[in-house]
Design a protein around this ligand. Structure first.
Ligand SMILES: CC(C)(COP(=O)(O)OP(=O)(O)OC[C@H]1O[C@@H](n2cnc3c(N)ncnc32)[C@H](O)[C@@H]1OP(=O)(O)O)[C@@H](O)C(=O)NCCC(=O)NCCS
Length: 167
């Protein structure tokens, strides 16, 4: 029997009760996965987006938010705004590099395409640039955004979506 290369993730929609766990995933993801690209102060300012859980719950429930679970436990999440922009994409460091980010991005791309979007955009962290480039996204512009007292750089990227012909 062949060994499975990646763990099995399942996708499900966001529920408000997930918020505290997703805040933890966001914190751990930024803290551990982005340290090569952002300073400690920048990472703390970025992760503060999850400090107010009511605000985070409101943001995620106002978007199309999907959660990747492993054995029922949330391990990663991603959200789509206006059917055409990926707002959040965070993978827990314990399972980084094992396909959860790809699974979430694939699902959001399919949903955006099915809803008629012609292109998908995202303001992509320096850490995620290679991930999005591999998926066919192209850089449009560099941005510098203020989070708390810190300035952080990201890149607006865009991918043209092609509706698959009906079988
Ligand atoms: C970027 C991120 C979402 C990728 O999720 P992931 O589950 O680790 O990615 P996957 O396992 O699906 O990887 C898919 C491919 O991208 C590559 N990849 C993923 N992260 C990468 C990185 N930081 N640098 C280079 N390549 C990367 C993988 O090697 C893999 O390539 P392959 O298909 O050739 O094997 C995750 O690293 C993350 O949460 N980062 C911190 C938060 C962040 O920056 N979020 C993005 C906000 S826009």
């Amino acid at each position: 029997m062949m060994a499975r290369a990646h763990p099995v993730f399942a996708l499900r929609p966001f529920l408000a009760a997930d918020t505290p766990l997703l805040a933890e995933i966001l914190h751990a993801s930024i803290e551990e996965l982005t340290a090569d690209d952002y300073t400690e102060a920048q990472r703390q300012a970025w992760a503060a987006a999850a400090d107010d859980e009511d605000e985070l719950a409101k943001r995620l429930s106002g978007q199309l938010t999907l959660i990747a679970t492993m054995n029922g436990a949330p391990m990663a999440f991603a959200s789509l705004v206006n059917d055409q922009t990926i707002d959040m994409l965070y993978v827990h460091p314990a399972i980084a590099g094992q396909g959860a980010g790809t699974m979430l991005a694939d699902a959001l791309e399919k949903l955006a395409t099915a809803r008629g979007a012609k292109r998908l955009t995202a303001d992509v962290s320096d850490t995620a640039l290679d991930f999005f480039t591999k998926r066919g996204f192209e850089p449009q512009q560099r941005n510098t955004v203020r989070r708390g007292g810190e300035w952080l750089s990201n890149t607006t990227m865009e991918k043209k979506l092609v509706k698959e012909a009906a079988a």
